[in-house]
Design a protein around this ligand. Structure first.
Ligand code: TXA
Ligand code: MG
Length: 340
């Protein structure tokens, strides 16, 4: 089926139209504070099947289910540890996804065949209004074609999914810019499966112990089962070959000079290019700016025809860990420069 994809500004009419489509078993791209999501009724196997089809997503990669009231969690999660309620109190609504054992109401299509389900209560007013209008929770992965950078604007969604979905609700550019933090519960704390805007440091303050999963900063061997299946797939990959350079601005410039004229520089700000005569793109000085600009920058590099890119390595504290985690995947784990 080929759709004439509409983009609607996120007003009352758009919310009603999104809910109408979603109730009829369609998929709709919706804004959230992290990235745009491709939503469908989480309880409807056929509707959820359409998400996988539109994105070209592997069937065993589970979807996050979005709610707009805490009560909705009890339809989805069979067990809710005390830690989870504590996290909900502090971090919801917001960019935190928690993994629970799932109830029978959640179809295996939604959970990617797992007995668990990831649940998130988005802060975005538009997302919450749409879930409220539907009256059921929405399964929604990021609204990009599988493998490409997540979309942080309605235009990014359109570039990837035009003709494949009926409607995109345009809520402007996403405030956070990287996907939610994903955690699972352990006896004595939580395991960080995917870093996001809610940092490991902030989680530690609430739950005490935070274990950072191996897959966050390293490539999992083929034979290891990923705790978060999404981590094993090729991700966020622009067409350009990206390499991350770890080191000072001076060292970065010295190294970049050795790589030839067709190199694109992905730097923090114009100052990094001091005396370096190569095309460049800035992705922000603070971790928050970098989170917001990273995916747009990766898409922009493709638009400008970049083939070879050298990126300055982000700081890995706080939300910086999320930026590093995504950039590492975009760079297929190629890192050069200093070791520490
Ligand atoms: O911010 C976000 O989380 C966005 C917006 C739309 O809410 N959604 C998003 O979904 O990023 P997606 O599908 O692109 O990424 C979901 C990640 C994947 O890495 C997936 O493997 C993991 O969460 N995940 C989902 N359910 C899981 C589960 N039951 N167990 C382990 N990992 C799970
Ligand atoms: Mg995604």
């Amino acid at each position: 089926m080929v759709y004439d994809t509409r983009i609607m500004k996120a007003d009352g009419e758009a919310v009603a139209e999104a809910a109408r489509l979603l109730k009829s078993g369609e998929v709709v791209a919706i804004p959230t504070e992290t990235v745009y999501g491709l939503a469908a009724n989480a309880f409807d196997e056929n509707a959820v099947g359409r998400i996988f089809q539109a994105k070209g997503r592997p069937q065993d990669n589970p979807l996050i289910v979005h709610i707009s009231r805490l009560e909705m969690l009890y339809d989805l999660a069979a067990e809710i540890p005390d830690y989870a309620l504590k996290c909900a109190e502090v971090f919801w609504s917001g960019p935190l996804t928690m993994i629970f054992p799932k109830t029978d109401k959640v179809p295996y299509v939604t959970s990617g065949g797992l007995d668990t389900v990831g649940v998130r209560f988005p802060a975005s007013a538009a997302a919450r209004a749409i879930i409220d209008a539907c009256g059921f929770p929405l399964a929604a992965p990021s609204a990009n074609l599988s493998g490409s950078p997540s979309p942080t604007s309605a235009m990014h969604v359109y570039d990837d999914l035009k003709g494949r979905i009926p409607c995109i609700i345009d809520g402007g550019s996403c405030a956070v810019g990287v996907e939610s933090t994903v955690i699972a519960f352990e006896e004595d704390g939580v395991r960080l499966l995917r870093p996001g805007f809610i940092s490991a440091e902030e989680l530690e303050d609430v739950v005490g112990k935070v274990y950072i999963d191996k897959g966050v900063t390293s490539q999992l061997p083929e034979n290891i089962k990923a705790a978060s299946p999404g981590m094993k797939y090729k991700h966020y990959s622009p067409k350009a070959d990206i390499t991350i350079f770890r080191g000072s601005a001076d060292e970065y410039r010295e190294y970049a000079k050795t790589l030839g004229k067709d190199l694109w520089c992905m730097v923090f700000d114009d100052g990094d290019m001091n005396g370096l005569d190569l095309p460049h793109i800035c992705y922000g000085k603070t971790s928050e700016e970098q989170a917001k600009l990273l995916f747009d920058t990766l898409r922009e590099l493709d638009k400008r025809g970049a083939k070879k890119v050298l990126a300055r390595c982000p700081d890995t504290n706080g939300v910086g860990l999320a930026v590093y985690n995504r950039l590492l995947r975009a760079a297929a784990f190629r890192v050069v420069g200093n070791d520490e």
